[in-house]
Design a protein around this ligand. Structure first.
Ligand SMILES: [Ca+2]
Ligand SMILES: [Ca+2]
Length: 268
């Protein structure tokens, strides 16, 4: 860890104050490998202070893909037996996308010593739209292999009549996509549409980093008063459970690319 170098400075026999100040200034925003987590929230497997689709993915990567253990087992022990197993990961998914979400509060002090990776940035990850009456939501991941994602999308000026992952990378491998069973939950709601995808569960499956955008969701739009419609990604669309966060999971971590929007001509 880079903190190691920081500590060694303090252990030098003589360190001029000016030099020490300069060194400290240079370390004002250290790019550390691990920091103390917190505050952890229930279900927060990767310890970034959020509970989203990255957390069950983090659990499954630990169980089936040599990924690191949840930063605090107590936060994800949904089937409370003191162990983290596949049922806990599945329960986390169910909690995110089922009508009766329930996460037990963390016991006081249960995760006080948790540490977590830091520094997740959404650089070179981009959402986009292409099309007209049939519009595709795209995801561009220039330098990170993607484990899964969830998104909500709203329409202003038209209606989202249907949403499907058919014909996209989110379709099962047997149907031409890149999902190895995994998990997929896509639906139209009164507020728009939501889609959640885990590309693999007990077998690794990822989208390889690529400069070419991937198609991840297909929307069928119905014209409003005019042919013009604005589609926007959102964090507020509720599917069957909690509001669905628009988030990309890579390496088990949450990335939050800018919420894209686009004007489309529904009549084309
Ligand atoms: Ca989290
Ligand atoms: Ca358990």
């Amino acid at each position: 860890m880079r903190y190691g170098a920081f500590v060694r400075v303090g252990s030098l026999p003589i360190v001029p104050l000016a030099l020490l100040a300069a060194l400290l200034a240079g370390c004002a925003a250290p790019s550390v490998d691990a920091v103390k987590a917190g505050p952890l929230v229930p279900g927060d497997a990767n310890g970034d202070g959020r509970f989203d689709i990255s957390d069950p993915i983090y659990v499954t990567r630990n169980l089936f893909d040599k990924g690191p253990a949840p930063v605090c087992a107590a936060a994800v022990d949904m089937i409370p037996d003191g162990n983290v197993e596949v049922g806990d990961g599945l329960s986390l998914l169910a909690t995110l996308f089922s009508p009766l979400p329930y996460l037990a509060p963390l016991a006081s002090g249960a995760c006080d010593s948790a540490t977590t990776p830091s520094g997740a940035k959404a650089d070179r990850l981009r959402w986009g739209f292409s099309g007209g009456g049939t519009t595709t939501v795209t995801l561009e991941s220039m330098d990170r292999d993607v484990d899964g994602w969830s998104l909500g999308v709203t329409a202003d000026g038209c209606t989202i009549a249907a949403a499907t992952t058919n014909g996209t990378v989110a379709a099962d491998r047997f149907d031409g996509g890149q999902r190895a069973v995994g998990y997929e939950n896509t639906r139209v709601t009164s507020a728009g549409a939501v889609s959640a995808v885990v590309l693999g569960w007990n077998v690794p499956a990822r989208l390889a980093a690529s400069p070419k955008p991937y198609d991840v969701l297909q929307l069928t739009l119905t014209k409003g008063d005019t042919c013009n419609c604005t589609l926007s990604l959102s964090n507020d669309v509720v599917g069957d459970g909690l509001a669905v966060a628009t988030v990309v999971t890579a390496g088990g971590r949450s990335y939050l690319p800018e919420l894209a929007s686009a004007k489309v001509n529904v009549c084309k």
